[in-house]
Ligand binder design. Sequence first.
Ligand code: NAD
Length: 519
Amino acid sequence: MESGTAARGTETNGASAAADVIEVHNPATGGLIKTIPVASPETVAATVARVRANQAEWEAMGIEGRYHWLGKLRDWLLDNEERVLDTMQAETGKVRADASNEPGYLADLINFYGSRAASFIGEESVRPHSPLLASKKLRIQYRPYPVVGIISPWNFPLILSLGDSIPALQAGCAVVIKPSEFTPLGLTEVIEAWKNEIGGPDVFDCVHGVGETGGALVDEVDFIQFTGSDRTGRKVMARAAETLTPVSLELGGKDPMIVLADADIDRAANAAAWGGMMNSGQICLSVERIYVEEPVYDEFVNKLTAEVGRLRQGADDAANPKDVGAMTSPNQTAIVEDHVSDAISAGARALTGGNRVDGPGDYFEPTVLVDVDHSMKVMRDETFGPVVGVMKARDAEEALQLANDSRYGLGASVFGEKERAEEVARRVECGAVNVNDVLINYFAMDVPMGGWKQSGIGFRHGEPGIKKYCRSESLVITRFGGKREPTWYPYTKTRRRLLAPISRFFGARDWRRKLGLRR
Ligand code: NAD
């Protein structure tokens, strides 16, 4: 590795990066906050080996023992909320209101998995399907992958790194995180607190760097939880294939909103403004495309434009709160600018916004585009910025067909009269749909969230969100039996005469019906 060079992720966000420190900037002001050393592949291997050595003891603590430590982490997060928010706000350029979602979500998640882990991954007892197995006791136990590697993006630096660690730690895994090179500071503060203030077991750490460090982590661990772009997701999956390491991929989205003619248009417009602009539109579940039934199109567009036009943008402080913050990654601002100019050059109109804001800081104006269509990047590719495109749909069928016309399938929302909206929601091709709300499914951690199509593989939240960190081990335990089973040697004629009809009978599809039993 070349010595004395610094990366800001942007230019080096790939496997070929050659830098020994990362520069972390404040996107709201452009100022440099801190430089931190990049972990070499050797450091990554040593970190994984160290936490691996302690994992067996962590697993042996059991669900309650591990929850004891995660509960301490929850309390630390709540007690130190302002300190963590200050760090995170500085490295992301978010407004305070957007940053403040993170600690509360994490505390809720710790309680959620702490109280449900036993039912999600506790040992299962299974009734044999056939009387031929009556002498067996069947059990499934869930054993953790020893070390889970988490590679995370910059848009929610704690939710998407610590948030994915919580079920893994609760399941009994050791965890090493490679946070985004843009936003490593808040997470580092939490990990340092785990080690030094909480005194937690040495099963939880992080390593810093760009793509090269992420790749090194993939090589060392037993399971990879990746959140980021589908472009990087493909690279991570290809690298994991080298060691046959299982992956869970939470990737990009291009979430549609459908507004039916019988919707409450005020609610739909307010939801679209918040769902599209919250966190400067840098959410995988942001509303990016809106399809409105013809009779209410004009009313919806007018109300949405008015709501978005009222938003205050800029660097945020307690005396002068703002609604929309900075763009966290300069790479992303360039993509947003490209999508908007591509649309406008093809005939779209910006009813509000449409431009990058002059510095200091990195901002893009909250933007509502109309006269858009699916030939434009802004309706096809992930924009991940404060931009929504609105299209008129002839009817619900056309809105649905347009919503499903995407290579992505992460989330969606449908606004309309309850029953009709629910009926439409059931036909959207994606992992989670909100009816008469936006983004809320992320906080409904009771139900899984994962992408269809190119939005991902696997789930977070709910039972699958912790089970994925475990390998199932089936136990087939003999309760009683003689010196030998009838199927063992010797293969005699009598055995053949008796055994074959019995096994044919019980192997037959409808033996239960033959015996007059319920299927
Ligand atoms: P990204 O793919 O550029 O980077 C994500 C992480 O991967 C970073 O930590 C980066 O350093 C690392 N990385 C880069 N190259 C790598 C390589 N070759 N091997 C291993 N690791 C590598 O994504 P980003 O720009 O940080 O985040 C934005 C993307 O994340 C958007 O597409 C967004 O939709 C997606 N996202 C998805 C979800 C979800 O839950 N589905 C949530 C948030 C963000």
